[in-house]
Design a protein around this ligand. Sequence first.
Ligand SMILES: Cc1ncc(C[n+]2csc(CCOP(=O)(O)OP(=O)(O)O)c2C)c(N)n1
Ligand SMILES: [Mg+2]
Length: 729
Amino acid sequence: MGLAISSARVAASFGPASALTAQQLVEIYRLMFLSRAVDDREILLKRQQKTFFQISAAGHEALQVGAALALRPGYDWFFPYYRDRALCLALGVTPYDMLLQAVGAASDPASGGRQMPTHWSSRSLHIVSTSSSTATQLLHAVGCAEAGRYFSRHPEAAEKEAGDYRAFHDVEFHGDEVALACVGEGSTSQGEFWEALNTASNQKLPVIFMVEDNGYAISVPVEVNTPGGSISRLVANFPNFHFAEVDGNDPVASLRAFQEAAAHCRAGHGPALVHGHCVRLYSHSLSDDDKLYRSAAERETDALCDPIARMRTRLIGDGVVSGAELDELEQRMEREAAEAAERALEAPAPPVSSIKLHVYSEDLDPTRAAFATEQVQTAAVSNGQKAAGPRTMAELINVCLRDEMRRDPRIVVYGEDVADASRSEALAEVKGKGGVFKLTAGLQTEFGSERVFNSPLAEANIVGRAVGYATRGMKPVVEIQFFDYIWPAMHQIHNELSLMRWRSNGEWPSPAVIRVPIGGYLTGGAIYHSQSGESIFTHIPGLRVVFPSNALDANGLLRTAIRCDDPVLFLEHKRLYRETYGRAAYPGPEFAIPFGKAKIVRPGSDLTLVTYGALVPRALQAAQQAQRQHGIDTEILDLRTLNPYDWDSIAGSVRKTNRVIVAHEDMLSWGYGAEIAARIADELFDELDAPVRRIGSMDTFVAYQPVLEDAILPQPDTILKAIVELKAY
Ligand SMILES: Cc1ncc(C[n+]2csc(CCOP(=O)(O)OP(=O)(O)O)c2C)c(N)n1
Ligand SMILES: [Mg+2]
């Protein structure tokens, strides 16, 4: 036969796997072979020290090509992992694109030279930026599928809005698109795998999980990761799933398995899991040597299963194509890989000046004056709120959520216990829960269960899905019930949420808001309901961190957090939720406060006290005593946002008073104050008449017994003592 084969994919015209044309069969072979040729070319470059890392798809090509050809690039959504070269080639990523990433070129379309090779991303193909973390991407696929379903039911939510993040997020949806989530068999041990299956199953989401089972996770064989050795057996009881186990060395069987899986998902029956058995023909990566832990016999057995050799034999044996024609095709693919490498090696590296680009949004700066809106008091009445009177921080946060949800249909609110009642029959007769602190009370009742709902008790699930929602242009405003339990979500916050924009060179922003009750002074809160730790999060580039001390600031800063285009950690001090201190009248639905603007809550001339959160009212108490008892006039600066923070206001105040204390509730050592104090010492040394002082809690945990809690956390007396000592220095 004549081979009319181009290097471009033969479109999305693959019919049923049972009726493939000769040309389609050869196209499958071409994609598999091209993937191997690019791998081998990259290995050569790495050995020549022209690239810096290599990991291959060798042995996985058949399964991956089968998956890709069952789906539609730019229509369906793809969450690949690092071994998915053949998948991405078949979706439309070119060998040149791949080699640009291998050499770390500025023009690498996936990351601009920021990520290792095979860390895929393409907006036009709907390949969402992938990290090196195993299994995090599965929860993104779940959130992505939820968002697609939401838009198809609420198409009006896709409309653009000039005044906020929506201006920069185009929405695409069709109603029957699926999300493909890929993972190795070893990585199914990660909790995030099970958390993703949980929600996909419960919500009947159109997600296909592809488990690429090559029997090894680096050097660890499958039976160590998977009890009984078969992930298919372990997952078999998840409701609503379509399950398939397939010979992943056979591309036609794989294609059939994925076509059936896609049909199940597109029909709205729920998710699917395709467990493909394949082989890892090379070591884990070029940094690994599998001869150190695999027997020669085992490696030889795997080599005999090489899906490319098998497909070649089959095509020739079935008379689809001659050996000579395949020889010619193979040479052409090798040439294509070699030429792509040659061109990529000439591509310039990114300039050093580009490093800081895309850490945060360049489009929408949350420090800008546009976020400093006027109070619109009249709106309070038209918005159906009670007559203006002092409202607690808890109330004004709840009201802000309600106002923003009315304004922006892309907002969803979820977390543990945040719904009024998950069972709709109960909702008719009960008042509703609305969060353990009642911050989300009434939201489900007003906005319905599609926009306000309970998550499983799994913090990585909450944040991972938020990344997926944000991928599609939605605005998840999620709650972690207590700061003390944020740690299971830390992987998603640090490696995914905060990094998406930078690692994809600006292609995939992830502007979710995470609201978190934080802090102690609860009298009995003890170790697991009193934690602070904000500096751990201000140490993460890409993440905005907000920490209001009063009702009005909480309202205005939460509005900015929701409207801006960066991920925000919004810390709410539990002790301040219902305090008399800091109550305020409802400021209206447009009241916003820009990030990075500290507030002078008490002007003074003798010394500066830089603080935030629950230490603001305690510092005020101490400052009043210092004035009364010692005649010391303390200026108190409430930072309000910790990243960004208002250096200009700190510097201005220190220049005026020449003495400064930085005070926070969190532990002293390595705390937030260490950075501020170091910068003051560095940049304002000449302005200082005394050393920079810091106040924080003891370097321990917070105990249950109130006598101990009082001693551990900084009190007004602690602050007063420091003020008096510093003034006398
Ligand atoms: C969360 C996390 N832990 C550890 C690693 C290091 N690591 C990279 S790949 C890998 C093995 C993965 O095995 P498997 O899921 O079977 O995929 P395979 O590489 O075999 O395709 C490990 C431990 C990582 N990247 N991410
Ligand atoms: Mg594996």
